[in-house]
Design a protein around this ligand. Structure first.
Ligand SMILES: Cc1ncc(COP(=O)(O)O)c(C=O)c1O
Length: 336
């Protein structure tokens, strides 16, 4: 399996030897008692990076998103988001199943944030007849939108409006690192345009496990209760936090490489490289299962996101040689 090129997702990366070393040597304690120094260090660092008071290490982006939304939405209220958002597509109906939160979606153009389109759908908390919109969830970069970076002007417009409207903003920032690297917008700017944000260490950053939820100190204190209730209270998980810290030190700066590789991949496959904003290449109008199967038989794994849509994601474990190999295999399969 040494030669396998895995472009299904940036979640498939394995910890590097250097990352494993810092994990092995991590200082740890019982984090349910709040005594794991590595976790505390990670939380403080990520909170500061996003300009928030506090943060909480959670096992997954899904838990970060769901607790984040629960912090700003009561049971019986709704979260509004776009129809392709991860929180309503891939999180198993958790908001409803666990928290009694209703979700309502607005169809967007490829996941691109249109602040006014969302604002138009908001239902006031003061109307006896309506399910109140307590929060809007925004995804940046947008996964099903092919890694697109949300326009900063739209994010700002939504935030400004939300302050007067009393509607909270939750950021699903699983790949916010990619957005910041691609756009040049500071992480703290993105962070300050959200009340709660979940950011992942286990996607492009290449850590094996973990996400961090950032918010106000008061909200994070409540999040700690929810994490425990959900079974996400971990003990000597500093070994995981150490991987996250290592990833922030060593892998954040290299994300531009993944973006370059994704653009190169698109270009060499005859696709429009300008459509690639970060590390995700979308191929449409193909027989997705057939291409994926044929590619797999030749050692290249790719993601299917529909009957006629494929997804190729670049990451830490795919270098230039990997891109070359992928092009050799996929080129003939995608030739039209
Ligand atoms: C945009 C987005 N949000 C959230 C998640 C959830 O992360 P996890 O798989 O760690 O639950 C993912 C996972 O791929 C994602 O792509």
């Amino acid at each position: 399996m040494v030669d396998l090129i895995d472009l299904r997702s940036d979640t498939v990366t394995r910890p590097t030897a250097a990352m494993r070393r810092v994990m092995a040597e991590a200082e740890v304690g019982d984090d349910v008692y709040g005594e794991d120094p590595s976790i505390t260090a990670l939380e403080e660092r990520v909170a500061a990076m996003f300009g928030h008071e506090a943060a909480l290490f959670v096992p997954s982006g899904t838990m970060g998103n769901q607790i984040g939304m629960r912090l700003v939405c009561e049971p019986g209220q709704e979260v509004l988001c776009d129809a392709d958002a991860h929180v309503v597509t891939y999180e198993m109906g958790a908001a409803a199943a666990i928290f009694g939160i209703s979700t309502r979606t607005v169809v967007s153009s490829g996941g691109r944030l249109d602040a006014q389109a969302l604002i138009d759908q908001v239902r006031p908390k003061t109307d006896w007849h309506l399910t109140a919109t307590a929060a809007i969830a925004v995804e940046n970069t947008h996964n099903r939108g092919g890694g697109l970076v949300q326009p900063i002007d739209e994010l700002r417009a939504l935030w400004t409006w939300s302050r007067d409207a009393g509607v909270a903003i939750h950021l699903d920032g699983a790949r916010i690192w990619n957005a910041a690297v691609a756009s040049g917008v500071e992480l703290s700017t993105y962070g300050r345009l959200a009340d709660t944000a979940s950011v992942c260490l286990s996607k492009g950053l290449g850590a094996p496990v973990g996400s961090v939820l950032v918010a106000s100190a008061e909200r994070i204190a409540t999040a700690r209760l929810w994490r425990k209730r959900l079974g996400g209270g971990m003990r000597q998980a500093g070994v995981l936090a150490a991987a996250g810290i290592y990833a922030l030190d060593h892998h954040l700066g290299r994300l531009a490489e993944d973006h370059d590789n994704a653009r190169l991949l698109a270009e060499r496959l005859g696709l429009d490289p300008s459509a690639v904003e970060t590390n995700i290449v979308v191929v449409e109008g193909v027989n997705a299962p057939m291409v994926a199967e044929a590619a797999k038989a030749q050692g290249v794994l790719i993601g299917q996101v529909g009957a006629s849509k494929l997804r190729l994601v670049t990451h830490l474990d795919v270098d230039r040689d990997g891109v070359d190999r992928a092009v050799e295999v996929l080129g003939p399969l995608l030739a039209r």
